[in-house]
Design a protein around this ligand. Structure first.
Ligand code: GLU
Length: 276
């Protein structure tokens, strides 16, 4: 049974790129007689808005998509992600990183966010901090993030592979993302951990998403192996580009489905434009 999902974060209105991704996921499921789910990835309460979540349902229904209910909303399951995190911590694979948020933002993906923009790798400044140094910092109330020691994790799992329907068999190379942030102090979730946990829980066996998340899959494969989860198949699809050849995520203005609808476009014309 093929089970796919579309997993948007309600941080803005959906645009043509989201429409393509959702239609792609539904088509992959239906072509195989399978199931299609929608998941709301709203762990980042600072950036998510109820009106954007409502917009997701409105836009997808307008496109003619039909997803299984109930919809899983990640913000309602933070304890699940905390438990997965605790398992990794118990394996001695996490370390506290006190580098400032500004440095983290500059060096690597925004903590907890989907790493659409690949930044420089975290240089490992806090990886080998002495235990008493860590204890002093924690006691002083210094904020920290929990990072995965990727090299150590790979020693536990050994070499890993994953399959992409478009790009073929891949050797998992999580070191390409460095020691990713898996949680922040008092916020036990990150995109990576929540997505891996939920894909397994919801029995997703074909993860379809844009190629902008191709690199993240290396880390997801590692997390699956550490947590004892079976690996789904992947199918990273093309991104929808604007007339200047730029990704829509950066410049959604004018391409939001709501705006296109209000400008008189029909769902049928959008599907045609996207080759569905
Ligand atoms: N929620 C993620 C995003 O908004 C996508 C998650 C996924 O498909 O793995 O980009």
């Amino acid at each position: 049974m093929t089970v796919t999902r579309f997993a948007p974060s309600p941080t803005g209105r959906l645009h043509l790129g989201h429409a393509f991704s959702a239609l792609f996921a539904q088509r992959a499921a239906h072509a195989a007689g399978g199931r299609f789910l929608l998941r709301i990835e709203d762990t980042d309460r600072g950036r998510c808005r109820p009106e954007f979540e409502a917009g997701i349902y409105e836009d997808l229904a307008w496109l003619g998509l039909d997803w299984e209910k109930p919809v899983r909303r990640q913000s309602e399951h933070m304890a699940d992600y905390a438990a997965a995190l605790a398992r990794l911590e118990g394996m001695g694979l996490l370390y506290k990183c006190f580098c400032t948020r500004a440095e983290i933002m500059r060096e690597i993906e925004a903590a907890g966010g989907a790493p659409h923009e690949s930044g420089a790798l975290y240089p490992g400044t806090c990886r080998h901090r002495a235990a008493d140094d860590v204890a002093t910092r924690v006691a002083s109330g210094a904020p920290y993030a929990l990072r995965l020691d990727v090299r150590k994790a790979l020693e536990v799992t050994g070499p890993l592979e994953w399959i992409d329907r478009a790009a073929g068999r891949q050797r998992a190379a999580p070191e390409r993302l460095g020691d990713v942030v898996l949680a922040r102090k008092e916020f036990p979730a990150s995109y990576h951990l929540a997505v891996v946990h939920d894909d397994r829980l919801q029995q997703i066996d074909l993860v379809t998403r844009g190629v902008d998340l191709f690199e993240a899959t290396h880390i997801h494969r590692l997390l699956q192996a550490l947590l004892g989860y079976a690996a789904p198949a992947y199918w990273h699809h093309r991104l929808v580009l604007d007339e200047k050849g730029q990704r829509l995520a950066k410049r959604a203005g004018g391409m939001a489905l709501k705006e296109l609808r209000e400008a008189g476009k029909t769902a049928a014309s959008i599907l045609k434009e996207l080759d569905f």
